[in-house]
Design a binder for this molecule. Sequence first.
Ligand SMILES: Cc1ncc(COP(=O)(O)O)c(C=O)c1O
Length: 400
Amino acid sequence: MIVVGEKLAIHGGASVRQTVLPYGHQWLDEADIAAVVEALRSDWLTTGPKVAEFEQAFANFVGARKATAVSNGTAALHAAMYALGIGPGDEVIVPAMTFAASANCVVYQGGIPVFADVDPETLLLDPAQVEAKITSRTKAIMAVDYAGQPCDYDALQAIVDRHGLALVDDACHALGGSYKGHLVGSLANLNTFSFHPVKHLTTGEGGMITTNDAGLAQRMRIFRNHGITTDHRQRAEQGGFFYEMVDLGYNYRLTDFQCALGLSQLRKLPECVRRRQTIAAHYNAAFANMSAVRPLVVRNDVSHAYHLYMVQFDLEQLTVSRGEIFAALRAEGIGVNVHYIPVHFHPYYRRRFGTGPGLCPLAEAAYERLITLPIFAQMSLTDADDVLTAVDKVMRYYRR
Ligand SMILES: Cc1ncc(COP(=O)(O)O)c(C=O)c1O
């Protein structure tokens, strides 16, 4: 727990909170701990039965035929790019407003991430911007369900159908969300998830890819196991030693005790999403009366999973920039964050692909006014009220 201490908030008066409210936090209970302990007492710490059990339960939950467990969300993205056969010179269209891993996975395979701009109100990949970036080298589109809101899949599907491309959903934010009644995880050719502690479901580190394509699932199963066709348990069952490495793969396996935790966490996933939606509704109602604070727009054909809750500040109404607002909220004991610095701003991308300011102006403008407020399942409405009190205090202090 980070203590704010006795110091005054930088814009006057005592801090709203004495201990920092984080922007995200895991939700673990005794059932989760018991599930892990039971797995630790079993014969299989990795490549055991819990892996297939978790994969099947996860596939059933999202309504996909196949699920492949991997060691983290980045490995899930890498496996997706591998399964689609992305290789040197291939282009994949990626939104500028996302975590770097959404683009890095393309580079791992020797491909080129082509950054497309986002809708300024939802910060989701804008289908019109995607269409404008398609070339003869484009192989796939990476949709990112930013903050937990599913993208416009009908529009994106129409584009991939027209151009013969693959559609990948980086759904690392959106487990439990849905688009037109269809759950995230069933919306694209390949759908990737992360089980990092701030996500809806955690296995410490962990990831999953869902698909209806058994061939792609099989490719990813081999990829996560060094490119070898059988794993340790299968060979033990067959009583033989022989195995073949058919392609260059990685060790991206998820352990049995992590899968046991995932299975336990999956049981409370609907409740986890409901709690996040309650906090978001509480924020939305309050921000309707604060003109300088604009929550991201939510379309009416989706159910938003609220991994994150972002607002954009109307800086024209304020005397300071986002940096000062960020520092003031931190001094109030609110663990605000910024998701994200546009990927094409990072030195690596500038150096390697010559990207930089001006490439995706809407994402860049949003970045200047964006802040992530705390949201997680075990946060109370009293905690949310502390956030609202702090935001209101900071807005009043810096009003023009
Ligand atoms: C949009 C997005 N994609 C991919 C990842 C990578 O997931 P992991 O941290 O499990 O590797 C994250 C992680 O935060 C993410 O937010």
